[in-house]
Design a protein. Sequence first.
Lengths: 678, 318
Amino acid sequence: MARIYQVPSHTRLWLTLAVTFCALPQLLKGPLWQGGLFALVVAIRALVNRQRMALPGRIIRSLLLMGAVALTFYSFGRLYGPEAGVALLVSLFGLKYLEVVSQRDAYVLLVLGFFVCATSLLFSQSPLMFLYVLLCMVLLTACLAGINHSDTRASGMQHLKRAGIIMAQAVPLMLILFVLVPRVAPLWNMQVGNGKARTGMTDSMAPGQISELSESSALAFRVAFDGDMPPPAERYWRGLTLSHFDGRAWQQAIPRGMDEAGYLYSGRGPAPDWVDALTAGRSDGTSYAYQVIVEPTQRRWLFAMPVPFVSEGGVSLARDMRLVANNPVSQRQSYQVVSVPAATRRLPLAAEEKALMLSIPDESGRRARGLAQQWRLESQSDAAVVQQALRYFRQQPFHYTLRPPKLVADPIDDFLFRSRKGFCEHYASSFTFLMRAAGIPARVVVGYQGGEQNSLGSHLLVRQYDAHAWSEVWLEGQGWVRVDPTGAVAPERVERGLRAALEEGDSGDALGGIQLDGFAGSGLLGVMREWADYVDFRWQTWVLSYDSQLQLSVLSKLLGQVTPLRVAVTLMVSVALLLGLYGLYLFWRNPVHSQSPMEKEFWRLHQRVQGCGLALSPGVTPSQLAEAIAGRWPRAASPARDWARYYQRALYDPRQKASKQQMRHLRGLRNRLYKLLD
Amino acid sequence: MRLPQGPRRLYERWLARRLPAASQIVLDQKRIFIFPTGYGFFYLLVAALLFIGGINYENNLILALSFLMASLFLVAILHTFRNLSALGLRNGTAESGFSGEEGALEVVLFAEQRAHHCIWLRWPGQDAQQVSVLAGEEESLWLNLPLARRGKIPAPRLKVESRFPLGLLRTWSYATLDHYCLAWPRPQESEDCPADGGKNNQRAFSSGQSGNEEFQGLRRYVPGDSLRKIDWKGYARGRGLNTKLFEEPVGGRLWLRWDKLEGLGDEQRLSILCHWVLELDRQHQPYGLVLPGLTLAPDTGDVHRWRLLDALACYPEF
């Protein structure tokens, strides 16, 4: 028996639009066949709705379903997991749309639509995506309104308007719930990795690696300061320390005899002595509090200024004064840091650590070693050796360039004595080598230096081209001291960033073809970029990273003391207040019989005449009114009759409705009449 | 779902007290009930699942989506309630019928405040009827009423229900309109006409002689005249609508009498009287009716027949 289509025809368009819009993000991202499947479903549906063909039978639908499952398996290699699962869900969503007949089917379809919307948010959390999902929700609500409106008289636009109104009222309520509903810790852990390789730092430094990074203007992380911002020359964001040198590349290393458990402290369990030593220096000198929002790197290391203290879970402190996430950063992540630069002198240097920091391969850098030993003999202290080295870089004809010539035989000697053209990694590498050769414990630090300020949000934007490498030397009594040999060669790199350094230097060859787009692209475009970044930043800090901690601080600002009872009462009261407000608006009794302009015209005169002391019955007609006026004020008799005659003609003449001109004439007559009263 | 007898009676009594019968009812918050539909619960379950998903993926936007769904539900409460609130119902006319058959009652819905969409009206045990009323307008709806017994059949409690606009919530109210439908007695054939005042005996009439009337003349049609006595031929010739007048039958007026049916039950008497009312009406005989406490003078015509049938239906309280 043929089933009867029960979904009203005025809703079909919304159903089609809702299904298409909900599925679109996945269709754009997913395999091509899914788009084809959807196009097929929408086409069939359009033909069925126009009664050009019958609804496909159960066999065809089953075949389509099996085909979709098989293709999903073929495309993803499995049917579970975020990507494959979502692809399958969206296919099922499309196939369900194909078989919608009754209202019940439509209900199921719309619920699937809500799920599909949610999965779009799984892969993209940008403000635009959320707006898009809100649009999808309006369409889904319009469909709900449509399938519940079985009047054939109803029009499609009515549904959209109604959905828009309901949605507009729901969004403020959503905001209240979003702010006030307590955040619960995850019941079980799920992570969506998008498995994409990202630009970013690797865990070793060979010549050429950082200069590659400097060609990318992708965002690395943002920093929002809570209070003072350090001057540009102090903004060194440490990522990794590299202490093992094999003659070409620097690598991370843990001193012999130390294990990772002792090297990393996650905040749980007893603190090792080096943590205690650092913590003791927490109140030494100036400190900077800030929030870092790091873009996904798929790596565990995080970026901070020395010496970083964090309070939240999921982040560990390493012995080399840097932060390490417990899980690879696969999504944007934010963490609060307090950095105390002066605390660095509290950290002791263990013997095995010192051995590592002095190790250099025997066969490399013979001339460099000689130079270092010469400085050692000439100087009184370690600090003097450092100054000697920096003076050397300043005085010899070193060049700062993004396109250094290839180093052939021995990278250290070749750079120091022959090419003398290099990028920060060359300077850091050779300087660290020289220090070690002179018997000073030293290591290479890679990370980012500088950052661009967004004048709207007063947060710093650190991009990939801010990647930098510098050195740290261990000086008795001062602990690890940062030395940036690049600053000796190209001070503007440290003061004003890479772009400035390259523009002042040999920009001609260095910048060839490289686009460094920051905010500096001044004019309207720059302002727009700044705004877009500001919105994105606020979205990140206020919405995406609104977790239990942030909620607690917001609530304590709002409520003073945060107790579960208070939160519950606030939640109830604010929801009830808002709903009450809507109720007032929705149930406001607007009189159905509002007076027409003609009626108003009549009652104005009526009131005026009564105001002048003539009692009138409410049921008086215009001509009776005129006669009453004529009786009381004989002078006004003829204007009153004129008015009544004109009024009646305007009101009852079937050939024309009272036009604006007539109304104006009537008003003129009435005003003339007023002057003759009293 | 049916409650056991005891609580059910209590519930009925509570409803009757809370929602007393009236000839005009405007639904207000005292009368309106609201509860989620099955789909509404399903929808909330989906919102809860999204909430758990948002918590687990630590995805604030999915959380926001689940809050949005919950907010839509909350706002839908107001909108669903609003759709039924301020809807007015009042008595319309009634269509009587013979007992054992069906009568019909007209219910007029009026919307003074705002439009009301997709309202379902239902009497217990019957299919619902759907109606929409636009603001400031009226819609009337005929609801069938089975007439199980003779007499005044009061309108049962009417269920007014709506799921508009989102189908997540069901709002309903019970309206007991102070309205009734008359159930005429079921005609029962009998040989003897319980009448007197006829020509000589009643048998002559039962044989169906209709030629014993003398045509007297025409007069202008007055609403209520029997359609059978209209001069249709003259109407076709363009002479207007006239009613043929007949001279009174030789035997004079017939009186159907209640007390002629001694020894029978009340209902049976009424059924026999009903049969003869119909029969005499078919024969265009002027007839009257004498019931204890009510006497209706002999006449003919549809209005007369209805008056007599209504009297039979209402017996013994007129």
